[in-house]
Design a protein around this ligand. Structure first.
Ligand code: FES
Length: 101
């Protein structure tokens, strides 16, 4: 299935959405896996933070389709759509893209 992911990028005050289209074989992959795939295959400049990849540390917290969630604990199939919007958590200092202070 083809997934469109719109990522809010840039630093504070200069943000914009960048859209990537990714072919996904298994809809059970997580949003974090999808972002890593984007970074590895399409755009090496995309910045995000993660550590445990098990829903424990909270490093991958971001807003996904309007709801604050852990990207490593959110499967594409949970979202029920092939169009995904991701952005940094609100009320945080944005360092770059999805990385906040
Ligand atoms: S990477 Fe630790 S909670 Fe997602």
């Amino acid at each position: 299935m083809k997934v469109k992911i719109h990522v809010r990028r840039g630093a504070a005050g200069r943000q914009y959405y960048q859209t990537y289209e990714v072919e996904v074989e298994d809809p059970r992959i997580t949003v974090l896996d999808l972002l890593i795939k984007v970074r590895e295959d399409l755009d090496g400049t995309l910045s995000m933070r993660y550590a445990c990849r098990m829903g424990v540390c909270g490093a991958c917290a971001m807003v996904i389709n309007g709801v604050p969630r852990l990207a490593c604990a959110t499967k594409l199939s949970d979202l029920g759509t092939s169009e995904i919007f991701v952005g940094p958590l609100p009320n945080r200092n944005i360092i770059k893209d999805l990385v906040t202070d």
